[in-house]
Design a protein around this ligand. Sequence first.
Ligand SMILES: [Fe+2]
Length: 601
Amino acid sequence: MVDLPDDRHLNCIPPGVEYTKLQGSMSTYYVENQHPYGVKPEGNAFLASRELLNVRLNGLGRLKCLTDEVLLEILSYFNGPEIVNLIYTSKALYVYCHYTDIWRDIMLREWECNGQSYPIKYCYTWKDTYVSSYCERNKLTKPILPHQPLVVDGIYSNILYRSWACHEYNYEKSCQGFLTNDDIPHIEADKLNIEDFVVNYEAKNRPVVIKNCINDWNALSLWTRDYLIKHCGNNKFRATSSTAPIAASFTIEEYFSYANQSKEEVPYYLFERNYDHLASNLTNDYQVPRYFNTEAYNNQQRATDLFSLFGSRRPDYKWLIIGPKKSGSIFHIDPNQTNAYSPVHLLTYLLTYLLTYVLTRSLTHSLTYSLTHLLTNLLTFSLRWNAAIQGRKKWIFYPPGRNPPGVLTSSDLGDVTVPLSTGEWLLSFWKFHLEARNDSNPLNRPLETILNPGEVIFVPHSWWHMVINLDDCIALTHNYVSTSNLSDCLHFLREKTDQISGVRDRNTTDNTVQPEEMYSLFIQELRNNSTVDKEVVDIAVTKSYQVTGGSDDNGTGSTSSARGPSSVNKNKRKRKLTDKPTINSVKAVINDEPFVFNFDF
Ligand SMILES: [Fe+2]
């Protein structure tokens, strides 16, 4: 790694730009390879010859006046054969037309038109998948080898480069302390009884990792790729990506094939709530850890999971999660309010939008994410546990009331703007995260840990958190409501019915409880059930009227789109091809040698 700055970098600074500002916005990261099509960040254009600059200018013809954002937006409207024709037009269009999101969306549109029973035969890349699918449909000879990218000199594009770099960069080398920072207690199950857990972690709303509490799970040894493929058969499992316009449905075999090959910034993340119906035998391979099954309160054993009182009408609360290395979920927290169409909320939205523009100079980015959070349904208030079955997971938490760097919110948390991907956040904001770790107030500091296979993490509510899979991962997660968060839960159910999710997209014929009736039914069940302490309920009800703010956290380790209802208007959730926030200044290092210098003003 080369320390910045030095004279070489100073030579890149245009007149009028203050050196100190530039230095302050710099970060350094490592990538293992060059961009497959030779794309470099726009800052390299400062050093480029006229001949290289003409590659784009001449290659795009009259389209040269368009920004990359607009150009890619236009290209996204073409179909496969039209894009193929454009590829042969010029070197510049060869590169732009190989942008992976274009081909992914073409395939998604094709599959969508083909109904929900389509087979997903992912083949090397989305473009190769399209070609393979096209050949199959038209009974042509399929290509055997994957497309081999040609390196083109002279394409300087932050959008193209950044999307690739967010997946390819080496976060272990780029992010100081990434694998070693660990602030969350890891406690052996035999040294943590239920009462201690409730008193020291659940009631205090602090995260904790519990080791060796699921040693008896058959899932730990059984849930391999082959086992899941065998037992899940041809049933389709839902997967989502925050950068993709719609969810996709894979068989487990299709998903593993896709995940093994994907090199996208945000690969599809399998996140299935109906896994017990799609592969019923899976539920025999694990049991809910004792910390979340019973509660030590006044030395009595009661049902901790109070939402279980809804019985079969209970909203969604458990998910099977499968994702490849480097997949994960960007910081998320569920806003505890929102009337999306009120004047106050719209004003808040506009202010957040403008603030985001000032900080990122990316209008489309802030617009898309503000709208996403305005229009995406939300989950109920809950605590959560997450068990790692295969693979390690990196968790980063920010305490309630403190936004992580790069996360912008309205004052009431009704409107949230976040980076698109975990890679983008690590690449852009890690240095600010390190500063936050040294906050003078320890209670304001973020917490980090790595969850190893066989460990369970308790995810408290109201904490921002981000999860990055360090390996190919399989995990289980449940949310629950206990006496520790009962008052907040009651407040949420009573006051925020428009934000309750996990029910709206369910088939109403299955008798699922609906948002408008959840509060009254929950109160009724709490009061009628003999295992529930009525005094505790009365106290919680009283406190629920005193709750004035805060927010809940669903702790799913998923993207927001993964949690949204399948019926939501996909256009409202579609990530624009343009919503790439700029990175102020980045030095990339390839194989320990400085490679490119990007100064985005
Ligand atoms: Fe989560």
